[in-house]
Design a protein around this ligand. Sequence first.
Ligand code: PLP
Length: 469
Amino acid sequence: MTSSHLSAEEFRRQGRAAVDWVADYLERLESFPVQSQVAPGDVRARLPSSPPERGEPFATVLADLEEVILPGITHWQAPGFFGYFPANSSGPSIMGELVSAGLGVQGMSWSTSPACTELETHVLDWMVELLGLPGRFLSSGAGGGVIQDSASSATLCALLAARERAGGAGGVAGGPLVAYASVEAHSSVAKAVRIAGLEHLRLIEVDDSFALRPEALDAAMVADRRAGRRPFFVCATVGTTGSTALDPLAPIGEICQRHGAWLHVDGAMAGVAALDPSLRWIHDGLELADSYCTNPHKWMLVNFDCDCFWVADRTDLVAALSVLPEYLRNPASDAGEVIDYRDWQVPLGRRFRALKLWFVIRHYGASGLRAHVAGHVALAQELAGWVGADPRFELAAPVPLNLVCFRHVGGDEVDRALLSALNATGRFFLTHTELDGRHTIRLCIGSARTERRHVEACWALVQELAPPA
Ligand code: PLP
């Protein structure tokens, strides 16, 4: 019986074909409609109902990738992709993924692949320096960083650590626990509260710039204490999903300290703006936070998944998530000499994600990464100026970074129709939200390939399609 496994030579040949395919794809990006045009079920209808009995040549798989899969792809790497928040990628990151898959290690404990843990700890310390984050997040002290799959997981882990600090899941003194975030916080906060089986989440009102109002937070916490409940966790956001609003961390941090609550800061997309020192003010007050996360997989050229999550003191996180069965025991862990990242996350198994982050940082260097975010912020500021200069449009929110929220003054129906008409051209893809109860178009600049000409062309098309005021 002959083996179906690829020989080294076959793997080289097919691997080159796969890399060529990706390189060609990236070169062709502008030739596709940005948003996939298929209807529900179209992709499955073109797939055989049963798996093949005998293996097939790789060339036919690649052909189907082109014919069946590509039409069902929305091109997140296209320069005209301005929807949601970016999920950008880069050559070095793709190669990091490839090498990680090639090594195929499970990095759950230090002993299962020491380099997987040590590179991660090291690069997360580098990220503290690159973003100018508080030194308490460095691994050299009580804190440290870990790569989670997503910001949602980071928020859940922060919440579980906060509960641990408040007395654990079993017996919590001071009444039922209450968590807080603004009405503009990401839905992952509500999800984390639900997963943790907690009952109380207060969504706090925001000010005119959609940032959490600290005095309203304080009042809610005082009211909960008076009612016999225990405020234990606050999630502040640096760059809300709706409009990149920036919650004021310093006053929020001071309130958290007064009430003995854990402060988690969610900087999922916007946090990496701090690569540029002139934008580091977005983190003013972060030294008061117990935990913080930002996603290189959104705007820092590392493809999904790569969320960097730091705690100022790892004790409660590890206490909340550590379960040690006999089959995972090993001398290094028993001696307490090493970090075992399985105790810093929900799943046991973990991929070697630090490789792609390391490849990206080494390829671009701090200066290249800085230029990447600064360029997008400058383009967004320019676009905000163009929006403000057209009487048919208004800015729906401040534009501190790379997201421009705008709307047609003609009202929701006109705005909705404009967005559909724009996306139907296939040249660009934008998404929407609701701000102040009104339909709002969001244009987020974060794709690695977006240049000024793409933003200009998109705005020209918006102006062409927009009816008079
Ligand atoms: N937090 C904020 C502010 C976000 O904007 C997002 C996603 O856009 C998330 C959390 C969730 O991110 P993830 O997909 O990494 O869980």
